[in-house]
Structures are given as C-alpha cells and as structure tokens.
Design a protein around this ligand. Structure first.
Ligand code: UDP
Length: 246
C-alpha cells in the first residue's frame, strides 16, 4: 500500500463495506436496461473508495431488466419470474465488473446460483479471501431464492462478510418522512431506528432486509449516488446521509 493510500485509509473508520444499488441506478435516463456511461460513472465512485484501501462488496438489483412481481402480475408463475429477476442481477453484475476492470480495479462476480462458465459460485470463505486481496466482490443472483429481494441479499451478504455497514445508494440524500420528490416540506432524518423505519413504512429497504439488519445491529447508510464523490465523501465522514441503526 502506498503512503498516500495508507493515510487515506486512516481517514475512514470503515475497513469493509457493502454498497447496494438498485438495478434502476444503472439505466440512466433510458427507462429500461443498462446505460454503459452510467455504469462507468458509478464504477468510478467505487474506484475512488477502493483507492482508500476500503474492502468493497457490491449487490446490484435487477429492476432495470426484470422484477418477479411484475412478471407474476402479468400471469407468469411467481417463482419462475423471480428466477428471471435473479438472472437479471447477474447481467448487471457483469456490466459493473466490466466497468470496474476497465478502470483497473480487480473484481469477482459471485453468484448465489452456480453458473461456472460465467462467474464464481458463492463460497463464503473464498469471498472473504477475495476481499482481503482487495478484489471488489459483486454478489449476484440475490439470495438464490425466490420471494426475496436484493435488499435482503445485501443484508445477508453484509452480515456474512462482516461488513461494518451497508451503503444504500439512492437518488436522494437520505431517508425522508415523506417522498421529497413530491413534497417540498419533506424532512430528512439524520438518524432513524430500524423499528421506526418499519413502523412508519419509510421505504428504505423491504421489511425482511430491515429486520435482518436490526437483528445483527448492522447500520444502513442511505445516501445519494447522484452526488459526484458522494460515496467517498461519506466514508470520510462528510456529506449528508441518513443512518439507520440501533
Ligand atoms: N429476486 C429473488 N430473490 C432474491 C433477489 C432477487 O427472487 O434473493 C428477484 C425478484 O424477482 C426481484 C428481482 O430478482 O424482483 C430483482 O431484484 P430487486 O427487485 O431486488 O432489484 P432492485 O429493485 O434492487 O433493482
């Protein structure tokens, strides 16, 4: 590690984190699918945190391509639709891998559903070793089970990898008491408890993800991914965000 990186690493209290982004974060203004310049922009945000010496896990949703609930609403069998959603997350993970490696950051895509020709299967101890070697681990295919979401997958993997926090990158800079896009008088929480998020349906993550974080005292930091340098800034203790915690 260079002297500069070493100094930077001391500037953040985080040694290992998990970044969760929705699939929609990758679609830019297109309304569907992948927008490679947007993927590259987010990859640069990840690269700048990786340069601090922080070990990074990522979970990317699949909603820009397919959501199981939408498929089942249109008559598809629910579990089949969910598997399609999980496959969509693999495509997003591969796009992020390509963007990060284009920037010189070594990565592994690790899938909950084995597909050996495409990426690695999930083996916890192996994933931990990748992190120790400073490879970004992109966890794909959710939990591998239908009826779950990638928010729950993110919480599960963050616990398994002993991450200090989940960083949930969104379009807004935290959790508000009502939708800040629709209401000018919406108020942002600096800090909010898991139970308040659940009771008030604050929409940070789905209830099973929040409960899993709560039961393991895993903090969730909600921040804006649209803010250039925002991810790195928050790791250094700057910027605005909401901490969901004990
Ligand atoms: N999915 C699933 N099990 C999981 C994770 C995801 O069945 O453990 C499916 C589910 O159909 C979901 C889709 O994959 O709708 C895409 O994930 P998600 O909706 O969490 O993506 P995001 O909203 O974060 O883009």
């Amino acid at each position: 590690m260079s002297a500069a990186t070493d100094t930077d690493a001391r500037a953040t209290k985080y040694k290992r984190v998990l970044l969760k982004i929705s699939g929609e974060a990758l679609m830019g203004d297109q309304g569907y699918g992948l927008h490679p310049p947007t993927v590259e922009r987010i990859a640069r945000e990840v690269q700048s945190v990786h340069a601090l010496g922080v070990e990074i896990c990522m979970v990317i949703g699949g909603g820009n391509i397919f959501r199981g609930l939408q498929g089942s609403a249109q008559g598809m069998e629910r579990t089949t639709a969910d598997y399609m959603g999980m496959l969509a997350t693999v495509m997003n993970a591969l796009a992020m891998q390509s963007a990060l490696e284009g920037l010189g950051v070594f990565t592994r895509v690790i899938s909950a559903i084995p597909m050996d020709q495409v990426c690695e299967p999930y083996i916890r101890r192996r994933a931990v070793r990748h992190l120790e070697k400073k490879r970004v681990c992109i966890f794909a295919a959710g939990t591998g089970n239908p009826y779950f979401t990638t928010d729950t997958a993110a919480t599960l993997r963050a616990n398994e990898m002993s991450c200090q926090a989940i960083f949930k990158g969104t379009k807004v800079d935290g959790v508000y008491d009502k939708d800040p896009v629709k209401h000018d008088d919406a108020v942002r929480y600096d800090q909010v408890s898991y139970d308040e998020v659940l009771q008030k349906h604050l929409g940070v993550m789905d209830a099973s993800a929040i409960a899993l974080a709560r039961d393991n005292s895993l903090p969730i930091i909600v921040f804006s991914l649209d803010e250039p340098g925002g991810f790195r800034g928050i790791l250094a203790g700057e910027g605005t965000y909401t901490k969901v915690g004990p």
